[in-house]
Design a protein around this ligand. Sequence first.
Ligand code: SF4
Length: 115
Amino acid sequence: MELTVTKHATCTFCGCVCDDIELHSDGTRVVETKAACILGKSWFLNHDVVRHYPDALVDGQEATLGEAIEAAANYLYEADLPLVYGLSNTTCEAQRQAVTLAEMTGGIIDSHTSL
Ligand code: SF4
């Protein structure tokens, strides 16, 4: 099988946004990376074009987006100090909304890089 080589790909996993990554893909998934750190390599190698999850889960069960939003709103309403956490592989616009959500709910915000 012939692989497609993409040079100067950008990794958006951790926020450093390395833009000198070389990717080799078979049309379905990335099978090799060059110049990515172990986190970036894992991120690239574990994504494919197959959809693995439904749009939303509530308590581990498939839910509609509306049901998920309602559940999230209830969790936030009942929380004493909501933690808005994660945000890797997240657009600037979504991060801006996450900061607004943390401010509106009196919560705090953190990214996975604090690990
Ligand atoms: S996860 Fe690694 S390769 Fe990806 S942006 Fe961060 S430091 Fe760069």
